[in-house]
Ligand binder design. Structure first.
Ligand SMILES: CC(C)(COP(=O)(O)OP(=O)(O)OC[C@H]1O[C@@H](n2cnc3c(N)ncnc32)[C@H](O)[C@@H]1OP(=O)(O)O)[C@@H](O)C(=O)NCCC(=O)NCCS
Length: 442
């Protein structure tokens, strides 16, 4: 049922139909597709493509500044005539299965609707904070503006690409952006779901003239009431973040400024004079993450506090054979974690409880830096292991970058602990500074 399409144009057109268009909005050339290494998937009914999906391998920054390869899922569609017949389920099963076999620790995506992907094991790994303010001074006159160079985006293309690449490892949740992606979807016309229109870059430089931050923005709305829409704002210096916000909030001939993807720890709302004028008006899901190899993923990040606990991550995701994995996670702050696979069931049918499954030693699946495998019999002779925490894959996806505290997940009924003290230990260890943030739509 599922295979790579032979004809690229057919796939592009089918994906366009799924999004309610007759032709691709942002068509890619064959060379671009090859350059990106895009793997495409289809479901066909006779000669008609009725389902599409694709994935690209990118790097995701984890807490501690390490990166891990992730499969970025794009262009998921089912033709309207074939909805709710399991087409998406078949696509997800094939795609996530292939990524797992390829040793990818996690799949990521941005979702058109919040109800689609939880069943497949995806959880909200980063949230976007929508910051809105009227244009004006906001009591930020004391914030030095530094030197700001402003021009249309293409003028500073190389400088912003190089700067973002330099700081990608400093904020968990950041995805590496291939150059082709920059040119096509960030700096290209991007008329699909970001509104289009010319884009500008305000480049902030330090005293030596080196770039230390930038805002990529465009103007939206009617003349006289336009909004400065910030698409990207990257810096590692909070003073530069304030300076760039001050700059964007003082652009003439506009009445408001909006940044949809501000990080949770942005200093802007706290620095401005009137909390009713500049504030977060909404928080919503941004990056969704499905842990394909929980042990490898847990081993790839570092932790903020010591921990030595046993975690069980249940399978039971719809459409693909996600095994239930029990691991012992040991870590000291700033050091690579040690993750020992205690138990791994071969696969679970949806909703099947994991208790009583095979307790054979399991090979580490695509181990992270220090993930290793060990028979449970060697650590717990004669009895099933009782994990300190049990959750499903989507819940681990919500916690892995430090976005949602384990205490919140337990209160929500998504994580189960044997002892409530475990939650304080986990929350101290999983907390991430800076806060996770992703500013990509795909
Ligand atoms: C989202 C979409 C791909 C789902 O495809 P589909 O082939 O109908 O999904 P499936 O038949 O495999 O559905 C699997 C399950 O998910 C549920 N589901 C799927 N899409 C859903 C949605 N949008 N809202 C609520 N539930 C949904 C189905 O009801 C089904 O549940 P069930 O097994 O309990 O009945 C399809 O609706 C679509 O193409 N939408 C427009 C494009 C889009 O939004 N793509 C997603 C981009 S991120």
């Amino acid at each position: 049922m599922t295979s790579a399409p032979a004809d690229q144009h057919r796939w592009e057109r089918a994906a366009a139909l799924g999004f309610g268009e007759t032709e691709p909005v942002d068509p890619w050339s064959t060379e671009q597709i090859e350059g990106l290494g895009r793997q495409a998937w289809v479901v066909e009914d006779r000669d008609t493509i009725v389902g599409t999906s694709a994935d690209l391998t990118w790097q995701l920054t984890l807490p501690g500044g390490t990166t891990t390869p992730v499969g970025a899922v794009i262009a998921v569609t089912t033709r309207a005539s074939h909805r709710r017949r399991g087409v998406l389920t078949a696509l997800m099963g094939a795609q996530l299965g292939a990524m797992t076999a390829g040793g990818i620790a996690a799949a990521v995506l941005t979702a058109s609707e919040g109800t689609i992907y939880g069943r497949f094991g995806f959880g909200v790994a980063t949230s976007q904070h929508q910051l809105v303010a009227p244009t004006g001074r906001h009591g930020l006159d004391h914030v030095p503006l530094g030197r700001i160079d402003l021009d249309e985006a293409s003028v500073f293309r190389d400088e912003i690409v190089a700067f973002r690449r330099r700081v990608e490892g400093q904020r968990p949740g950041t995805l590496s952006r291939p150059e082709l992606w920059w040119d096509h979807l960030v700096l290209g016309e991007r008329r699909s779901f970001e509104g289009g229109g010319p884009q500008f870059v305000s480049l902030h430089r330090d005293a030596d003239g080196s770039v230390d931050g930038y805002a990529l923005w465009r103007l939206e709305g009617e003349w006289g009431q336009r909004t400065v829409v910030v698409r990207d704002l990257h810096t590692v210096d909070p003073q530069v973040e304030l300076a760039l916000f001050r700059h964007c909030a003082e652009i003439d001939l506009s009445s408001s400024v909006r940044w949809d993807t501000a990080p949770a720890d942005s200093p802007i709302p706290a620095a401005t004079a009137d909390p009713r004028k500049c504030h977060i008006v909404g928080i919503r899901d941004q990056l969704w993450l499905c842990p394909l190899d929980p042990a490898g993923l847990l081993a790839a990040r570092t932790y903020s506090a010591p921990l030595d606990l046993t975690l069980r991550v249940e399978g039971g995701a719809s459409g693909w054979s996600a095994p239930t994995v029990t691991v012992r996670l040991r870590s000291r702050p700033g050091e690579p974690a040690e993750v020992i696979v205690l138990d791994q069931s071969s696969s679970d049918a949806p909703g099947t409880p994991s208790a009583g499954r095979s307790r054979e030693a399991a090979p580490p699946s695509a181990p992270g830096p220090t993930a290793s495998s060990e028979s449970i019999a060697s650590t717990q002779p004669g009895g099933p292991h009782v994990p300190d925490l049990t959750c499903d894959r989507a819940t681990l996806g919500m916690a892995i970058l430090g976005t949602t505290p384990w205490r919140t997940l337990a209160a929500a009924g998504r994580a189960h602990v044997t002892n409530p003290d475990v939650l304080s230990i986990l929350d101290a260890a999983f907390a991430s500074h800076p806060a996770p943030n992703s500013q990509d739509y795909f």
